[in-house]
Design a protein around this ligand. Sequence first.
Ligand code: ADE
Length: 393
Amino acid sequence: MDVLNATSAGIRERKKLRGLKIGMALHVEAKTACLAISLRDAGAEVRLASCNPMSTDDSVSLALMEEYGLETFARKGETNDEYYNNLNSVLDLRPEIVMDDGADLIAMLHTSRKELLHGIIGGNEETTTGVVRLRAMAREGKLQFPVLAVNDSYMKYLFDNRYGTGQSTMDGLLNATNLLLAGKRFVVAGYGWCGRGIAQKAKGMGAIVTVTEVDPIKAVEAAMDGFSVGTMDRAIRSADFVVTATGCRDVVTYEHMRHAKDGCVLANSGHFNLEIDVETLGRKCSARRVREYVDEYTLADDRKIYLLGGGRLVNLVAGQGHPAEIMDLSFSLQARGTEFIAEKGRNLKPGVHTLPREIDEELARLKLKSMHAGIDRLSPAQRKYMSSWSEGT
Ligand code: ADE
């Protein structure tokens, strides 16, 4: 993680994180460990819990505690109670800065742990779902401190959401099933940055891809990107795979599943496990575990549906999360965002903010350097031309 290493060296030198308490709720896996260790090495006191009950890599959690002495509260397969107890343990640190992925930690600070609000300088949010939640809080006048929407930086969503989710979703899907994609019918629900990435990777592996959308503009974009566009109602009838990446609930309902093709594999790559109605599926159908991360559900007429990772984000439950080269960028933004909040957070109004574009550009240049790629610079005449209006011909 060259970019994170260079970024962290700068942060250590500038010393803005020294003595600060940072509470983190992120997916506890190898790349996250690099971020947590970097912040600790920059002088912060850090506590870490998982932002999802199923996404922890237990070997990483253990190594963080035993080899790095970093207070980590995470286990793969947490119960709901354990999950919230772990978030509470992070908050017991009385953090001044919080780093969140999905906004559960920040939501708790505004509900069950309000007594800690006065000590918070600000926070960072990693993912689209978390940013959507925070904007809803801000709209209702509820959000009490500034939060940087890391997700909304170019160096995040263009790469993490698109190439990261695209690749790690395939990693989870193939690791769980070992099925062939070539020639199969593959439905992607949602054509945001994550859905675009998943559709692109599935097409690249030879699948026949259909996109479902509720946004007419994104649907046209999907069509012009060369995908077939249709409703879930119809698409699921011939689908070998359905992957959801919408950030919304009830995208694949039981009614949809009743009409699914025999053998259809269902998976979710969105942050929360409510895109596929697993609850009704479990109530209506008998289930058995047929492989690690694969549950077979038998419908009334004996057709089978295969659900991956219990409907939780397949790329982290059954896969290894985004590749290091991607998290290098996302976590460099998190690290710089944390420094930004430490320095300027007290002067920012409560609400959702974005990181300055200069930080995006700084990280892009570091990334290009690590890729051994040079870029051109504008000459003085070009710069003048680009800022004038009179030189059209
Ligand atoms: N690894 C750590 N955080 C991640 C995230 N939000 N998505 C995918 N992989 C990750």
